[in-house]
Design a protein around this ligand. Structure first.
Ligand code: NAD
Ligand code: IPM
Ligand code: MN
Length: 358
């Protein structure tokens, strides 16, 4: 049979806790659907710094390059926060995205009806919310030149933000293609009233739009977008934006769904290969307690099935199972209204696995 090779990078903090639940889902998928997965774990992030002296060891990168997809938990934590740039877990994350050419980060924010009470926003504001943030992932201020220099007024730090036309074009095309499969509305988010990179971004998106006359394009300034996401989230369909704006807006969008513990993501390049990870981080404040919400990671597996393997039946099964478990009232602490009724990470994972069917 066709065996899919998945590199598993559990990482730090709650990373290994949520990855363990996602692996149960992989196993159940094999039993239910007859698909075959070969998983292999590798060191990545803080744990790789501790054991190998670098956040992204060469053999970890090579494993990813020879795999069909990567499943990633999260990296980082206070232990490494004062390290130099080369010895930071986050540098490994940026490095793996760049090395694998994953320029497009897809972050869907979908409301499960039964979770409307879990959001800090009013249920009537959330009604009908179903949006996707398409975040540019390998350019902008994250990857520009960085340095420090001495000035008469003390040390100065510099981060440069750069985008070229082809970087903007390829992410814009991805976003238009996705919008085409949905409600055909694209909001391009920038700061074109101030930033030169944003003016190039906007010109380029307008040029690409000529190939997508069926998609309605609007340009929204990022500060206004942050506000509109809370005022009228249901009016957004696909949002396309640069790296740092996308990082910030997707955490904001997470709260529409009730918790950052619900948001999955796919990082893609030109082909079908993808890296799948929850949008949240290693959550040092709750790591080791067995209370993290594994749903973001489990839904990232569903995204992997859909976007890299084309296993839509199995993806549907996972999404259905998550919905049924939530409908039945099961909640981890982050989405529980009554925190005393909250269940742990493994209990939630087990319930979802049990709820999977063909
Ligand atoms: P975070 O996302 O780790 O946590 C923010 C808050 O959300 C915390 O209160 C946390 O407990 C809660 N939370 C996050 N995921 C949760 C889950 N699954 N279930 C329940 N609650 C959850 O962001 P942070 O605290 O700003 O960052 C912590 C570390 O993670 C930092 O080192 C940061 O660099 C790193 N980080 C890594 C990634 C990644 O690996 N992709 C993403 C974001 C942050
Ligand atoms: C994310 C994270 C990363 C980012 C950090 C940990 C480098 O916040 O995946 O959203 O900013 O891209
Ligand atoms: Mn982030």
């Amino acid at each position: 049979a066709d065996v899919k090779k998945i590199a598993v990078l559990a990482g730090d903090g709650i990373g290994p806790e949520v990855i363990a639940e996602a692996e149960k889902v992989l196993k159940r998928t094999e039993e239910l659907f007859g698909y075959k997965f070969e998983t292999e774990h590798a060191l990545f992030g803080g744990i790789a710094i501790d054991e190998r002296g670098t956040p992204l060891p060469q053999d970890t990168l090579e494993l990813c390059q020879k795999s069909d997809a990567v499943l990633l938990g999260a990296v980082g934590g206070p232990k490494w926060d004062n390290n130099s740039k080369e010895l930071r877990p986050e540098t490994g994350l940026l490095g793996i995205r760049k090395a694998l050419g994953l320029f497009s980060n897809i972050r869907p924010a979908v409301i499960f009806d039964c979770l409307k009470d879990a959001s800090t926003l009013k249920p009537e504001v959330l009604e009908g919310t179903d949006l996707i943030v398409v975040r540019e992932l390998t350019g902008g201020i994250y990857f520009g030149e960085k340095f420090r220099r001495d000035t008469p007024n003390g040390q100065e730090a510099v981060d440069t933000c750069a985008y070229n036309v082809s970087e903007v074009e390829r992410i814009a095309r991805q976003a238009f293609e996705i919008a085409r499969t949905r409600r055909k509305k694209l909001a391009s988010v920038d700061k074109a009233n101030v930033l030169e990179t944003s003016r190039l971004w906007r010109e380029t998106v307008i040029r690409v739009a000529a190939d997508y006359p069926d998609v309605e394009l609007e340009h929204v300034l990022v500060d206004n977008c942050a506000m509109q996401l809370l005022r009228r989230p249901s009016s957004f369909d696909v949002i396309v934006t640069e790296n740092m704006f996308g990082d910030i807006l997707s955490d904001e969008a997470a709260m529409l769904t009730g918790s950052i513990g619900m948001l999955s993501s796919a990082s893609l390049g030109e082909g079908s290969f993808g890296l799948y990870e929850p949008v949240h981080g290693s959550a040092p404040d709750i790591a080791g307690q067995g209370i993290a919400n594994p749903i973001a990671t489990i839904l990232s597996v569903a995204l992997m099935f859909r976007l890299t393997f084309g296993y839509h039946d199995a993806a549907d099964s996972i999404e259905r199972a998550v919905k049924n478990v939530l409908d039945a009232g099961h909640r981890t602490g982050d989405i529980a209204v009554d925190k005393s009724q909250a269940i742990g990470t493994t209990a939630m994972g087990d319930l979802i696995v049990q709820a999977m069917n063909r």
